[in-house]
Every structure is written in structure tokens, then in C-alpha cells.
Design a protein. Structure first.
Length: 251
């Protein structure tokens, strides 16, 4: 029988959906799910993909309710997921959905065990972002262990213009965001929906890495998690996240 990692890897590269691996391979816990994610990430890196940051997921109540899970998760962003020109690669997507998010860019390393203040001081820029999620599981139905092993449904993402972040001045908790599919507003929300503040989500993420030896590196991007529930879209749609700090579109 094919391993969990090979099953997820093949589904992603072959662009087809699969049953939950907790059904086909039996239940496993969250630490094991992160171990599988790491193995999957290593397999992709052997193919030449490069880690450029991380994504946080299920950080808002709306997303937790939509997906039926109850605590935040994290995954890896690769260089070829970044849509610098906003052109969506549909040939790599099974059943994509879009989420309005706030992205941050780090200008200093955040070492394991860093304090909250050190983390804040290491954030150089923030920007509006769209996270395209594409669960490899049928109908986006999964347990927390499944979705963690599947690199948190990571697929592609776009980021708008970066603006400087100042921990004392930037009001990162009150950014209004509205996701448009074409001319239609699919969802709207405010960045405080993400655990009260995207910075809180980042702090929890940093703390969760403490035992793993992984550091956030200078230059890396982190998607801080969906502000609203995710919305489906189709080929040809212009998808836009309109926010108080600017907008970003993809097509
Ligand atoms: C998991 C990924 C969730 C977010 O921002 O909450 C996520 C999923 O819903 O498929 O990216
Ligand atoms: Mg997301």
C-alpha cells in the first residue's frame, strides 16, 4: 500500500482528489501529522521547490466552523506557489477556494524561543493577500490530522503592495477586508477575526515552533490566516481582496 506521504504527493502533482488519509491509512495524532507534513515538504524540496515562508490556517472562528476543526494549524509556502504576476495556474488546481488574508514579511530571523516583542520587531512589512487553498481531500472534508499532513491545503497565493509595519503604530487588528469574485462581494470581515489579531496568530505560531528548531527567517512571508470563510471561484474569474491597506487581484 502506498504511504500517506506518497498518496498526498501523488494527488497534488497528479491534480486529483482522494479520500481522507485517516480513513484509508487509519487515525494518527497531530504531532504525527506534522511529521508527515515535514516528510512531504522534504519530498517537494528534493524536486527543487524552495521554502519562502509559512501559512497559518483555521485562525478565525468562521474558518474553524466552516471546516469543523477547533485550533490553528500551519503549513509551508513554496516559491512556485507565489503568483507574483497574479496569474493563477489552473492546471495545478483540483477545486480551489480563495481566502482574504493579511501577509507579513520578516526583516529579521525569529529564532526558536524568541519573545513576543522580538517577533513584532522582526516584522518589516504587511500586505493584503489572497490564499488559494486546494485540499487534496474530496469536498474539503478532513480531520485536523488530515489537513496538517496535507500541508494545510496550501496551493497558491498572491500578495499586494507591502507597507512598512511599526509595532506601535500599525493598526494590524482593524484591517477591513472584502473578497470579490468578479464584481460580487463573496465575503467581508475584519483582521481581528484572526485570533483577535494577526500578530497573536503569529505569536502562537512562533511558540508552536519552539520545540522544533525551525526558525522564521529574514525575508520569509507568512500568511496569517483567513479573515472570513473561503469562497470557490472558476477559471476566468478575477478574484480580489480589497482592504484598508490596499488590494490584490488574481485571475
Ligand atoms: C485548511 C486551510 C485553512 C486558513 O487560512 O484558514 C487556511 C482548509 O480550510 O482547507 O488556509
Ligand atoms: Mg489561508
Amino acid at each position: 500500500m502506498k504511504s500517506i506521504v506518497d498518496t498526498l504527493y501523488d494527488a497534488q502533482l497528479g491534480v486529483y482528489d482522494i479520500s481522507k488519509v485517516t480513513d484509508t491509512h487509519g487515525a494518527f495524532d497531530i504531532p504525527e501529522a506534522y511529521r508527515l507534513q515535514e516528510e512531504l515538504v522534504e519530498k517537494f524540496m528534493t524536486d527543487g521547490r524552495r521554502i519562502i515562508g509559512y501559512k497559518l490556517g483555521l485562525t478565525s472562528r468562521e474558518k474553524m466552523m466552516q471546516m469543523g476543526v477547533e485550533s490553528p494549524i500551519h503549513g509551508v509556502l513554496f516559491d512556485d506557489m507565489y503568483l507574483e504576476d497574479g496569474a493563477i495556474h489552473y492546471d495545478r488546481l483540483i477545486h480551489p477556494k480563495a481566502e482574504p488574508e493579511v501577509a507579513v514579511k520578516f526583516i529579521e530571523d525569529v529564532l526558536p524561543g524568541a519573545s513576543d516583542d522580538e517577533l513584532k520587531a522582526a516584522i518589516g512589512f504587511i500586505a493584503p493577500a489572497i490564499d488559494i487553498i486546494d485540499s487534496r481531500f474530496k469536498d474539503f472534508k478532513f480531520t485536523m490530522a488530515d489537513v496538517v499532513a496535507d500541508n494545510c491545503s496550501a496551493a497558491q497565493f498572491a500578495v499586494g503592495e507591502w507597507i512598512p509595519y511599526n509595532p506601535d503604530e500599525t493598526d494590524i487588528d482593524n484591517i477591513k477586508a472584502a473578497l470579490y469574485i468578479g464584481d460580487e462581494c463573496a465575503s467581508e470581515g475584519i483582521s481581528s477575526a484572526v485570533l483577535g489579531s494577526p500578530v497573536t496568530a503569529l505569536m502562537e505560531f512562533k511558540d508552536s515552533l519552539a520545540g522544533s528548531g525551525i526558525a522564521i527567517k529574514r525575508g520569509q512571508i507568512v500568511l496569517t490566516g483567513a479573515i472570513t470563510a473561503a469562497s470557490s471561484f472558476n477559471k476566468g474569474d478575477i478574484v480580489t481582496n480589497k482592504t484598508d491597506i490596499g488590494s490584490v487581484s488574481m485571475k
